[in-house]
Write a new protein. Structure first.
Lengths: 446, 446
């Protein structure tokens, strides 16, 4: 083997992912060096918590508790930020960029909240930010979007981007259990955090949707413009009915152009979605992620893999380090810049204007004429009904409606979101309607 | 938009894919320039057949019939070879490399047959060859393997890499039709060539398997070491029985390390395979491709998309042009070289030593003691039987065995390929066995 150059790396944040990067770099270090012609050398591994620096396959001289030591080192051109959070991580990342260093991060929250500021800092300092690990863990979806599919416009990107929610929905589906029960088990097994809000309320998926949308459409779409709904209101009862109707329930991130024109607005939304049970994403189970990318040239593609976890995420972090290493070797740090703004489609459509199909589950009194009353409200709003399903009153058990109330399911044809929500608000004011109506959007993506 | 540089490209071969590249480059040319900061400029579009140069969205001055004009142009640093075949294409490609030009190709046959020579020429001339479009059309699988998954060893890669075979098998399965009937229809619809041998005999899949195996394992595995079986001998009858047993029949390319050691041999094989019907690849239908990549760091991943066709393939060709353009802009043509040899696992295992499970369909006389006779041959060879299925004699109709003969299905536990084939040869010499036994390998990839 010819003599290889060496890239000094400073890793800040030795949590689960940070330790995974250290371990996996050590595992395949010679192989990676042979492939790249550059050796990835961990010059510093930093964490303020001493206990996290134990039992790592690096010399003790590498371990440090003060991030300043790492940032100050002029012989470290690349910083790996694996701190998590949006406060100290932001400070570290901007500090590194302001010194002209290249940063590799897995921090989707930070990018979603402060992406514009971070990308601007990278550009201003002729530096760069790599963030493959921020979306869908080990799946090289960022590289695919901006390199593999560089020839394409992206009329549609959608997928399962949060493993915790997918794990919970998959188990609710397979075992007919309630959200709360499965969440508790997921927490016990380490698939959900003690405070699961960021996952189950859709925030994490919204971070990833915002990053993907911005990359795909060449303007910063903004987290505040990403519509988000979590999965807490999805019941096993709705999953059961959906299944009877031929659908699976998945939490999806959906990024869609309204039409094929260059000025079309973009929809960026995260919500539980009914998809046909034979759809390829319906078979993405457990903690896995799956993303469908429709390009105007390449057509329909799909990527599947582990969306989280120390190993999968470190595969992506190391791939970014490899890109950074090759760029530094070539003297071209910004070969593919952190973010390229172009002018297409520079507007996000509000959820009010989104068009979708819908599943409505009403809880009504078993009384003649109820369907007609509801249908009248929908008809007056020009919302067209695809089918109505009246179920037997279910046994009264937790998670099911009371047994003296009858569930009534309406499947709607395509309608505007605002119109549907307004109509449902009106329906819920009808005296025969006994509980808040459940609304789940329905997509078949054809 | 800042002023962008321009990359002059000479495209040679204006067939289906070549014309697709011209059309799609024109379609998204401004967008691609904005993303790259380099404009991809088709300086020449060349084909010796004048009719192929008609109706293309380029000025007439760009069209030329003599490849020498393109190769001789010192202002064209990048050649796109889309001629197909291994003769003139090889000459053009080597000529371009010897002039230090970068080549982009979709030619899997050429690479599989002459890869070593071509990669050596690229290295010798400080040039480069990009070939994303040679494997799985628009799916960025080459980029994923050598960039996205650079941190990984690859214990297992397998998938559907030939759309024609997958189309035929999918239709045989869905419609219960025979191979010949579906092939004829596929030819009529343009899903199969007039001479379908390269596809249906597995040769095209073997080309792709050889390229993927060589890339993944860092040595030239050699087409002659890729075991290949096509799909002509797969009957609708076997598909039907497989389905009853819970399996789908797919033509797979399989690249597998025998064990986790660095010196483990590699299996590179293409053959019809029974996979569990709920396996993700079982749902890859029609002309689509799907590849599963198992990395020792990233875990299980899957890529899915159109494996052929003008548009999908040109998406990959244009992505390669983009990479070439960025490299030239940075003055680093070999940033990711055409091929990096490293020393892991430098041996291909022969099919004789491959271990698999097996489906055997015997055609026997309906006579007491037949199962015992067959079981004895298998037992003497230390091959262990998982289950035996004796079917009713089927109605005699085309594609089914004669009705006075009884089909007898053996599912075998893991055994060595050579041992199974030898045992089956012996079984086929038993007087009670009335036709050649059908052998299909069975994998569940767990």
């Amino acid at each position: 083997m010819e003599k290889v150059q060496q890239l000094n790396i400073g890793l800040i944040g030795a949590g689960v992912v940070g330790r995974g990067v250290v371990r996996n770099l050590a595992r395949n270090t010679d192989l990676i060096a042979e492939r790249l012609g550059v050796r990835l050398n961990l010059k510093w591994v930093c964490d303020k918590d001493k206990s996290r620096l134990k039992n790592l396959p690096v010399p003790a001289s590498v371990l440090v508790r003060d991030a300043k030591v790492v940032l100050d080192d002029p012989n470290v051109p690349v910083i790996v930020e694996l701190l998590g959070g949006t406060s100290f991580a932001r400070t570290v990342l901007l500090d590194a960029l302001n010194r002209g260093k290249v940063v590799v991060t897995a921090n989707k929250a930070l990018l979603a909240h402060h992406g514009e500021e971070i990308f601007a800092a990278a550009a201003r300092n002729s530096a760069n930010v790599f963030y493959e690990a921020s979306v869908c863990g080990g799946i090289p979806i960022i590289k695919a979007l901006r390199e593999g599919f560089v020839a394409n416009r992206f009329p549609l990107i959608y997928g399962i981007v949060n493993g915790t929610c997918n794990y919970i929905l998959s188990r609710m589906t397979a075992e007919g259990k309630d959200f709360d029960e499965v969440l508790a088990e997921a927490q016990k097994l380490g698939y959900a955090e003690a405070d699961p809000s960021l996952d189950v309320d859709g925030g994490d998926s919204a971070h990833k949707a915002t990053i993907l949308a911005s990359l795909a459409h060449g303007f910063w779409t903004g987290l505040e413009n990403t519509y988000v709904e979590g999965i807490r209101h999805v019941t096993k009862y709705d999953i059961e009915i959906a299944s009877e109707l031929g659908y699976a329930v998945k939490l999806l991130a959906i990024i869609k152009t309204a039409d094929a024109s260059d000025s079309a607005p973009i929809e960026v939304r995260v919500h539980p979605t009914l998809i046909p049970r034979d759809h390829v994403l319906a078979s993405v189970g457990g903690a896995f992620n799956g993303v469908v990318v429709r390009g105007d040239v390449v057509g329909e593609t799909m990527f599947y893999g582990r969306g989280a976890g120390a190993d999968a995420t470190s595969s992506a972090v190391i791939a970014d380090l490899a890109d950074a290493a090759l760029n530094l070797k070539c003297g071209s740090v910004q070969r593919v810049p952190a973010f390229v703004a172009h002018r297409l489609n520079a507007r996000v459509r509000t959820i009010d204007d989104v068009e979708s199909r819908y599943y409505l589950r009403l809880t009504v009194e078993d009384w003649p004429g109820v369907i007609a009353k509801v249908a009248k409200v929908l008809g007056d709003a020009d919302i067209s009904i695809a089918s109505v399903l009246q179920r037997e009153a279910p046994e009264s058990k937790p998670g099911h409606p009371p047994s003296d109330h009858v569930p009534l399911i309406f499947m709607l044809h395509v309608a505007k979101d605002r119109a549907v929500r307004d109509a449902v608000a009106e329906i819920d004011r009808l005296p025969v309607v006994k509980d808040k109506t459940i609304i789940i959007r329905v997509e078949n993506f054809d």
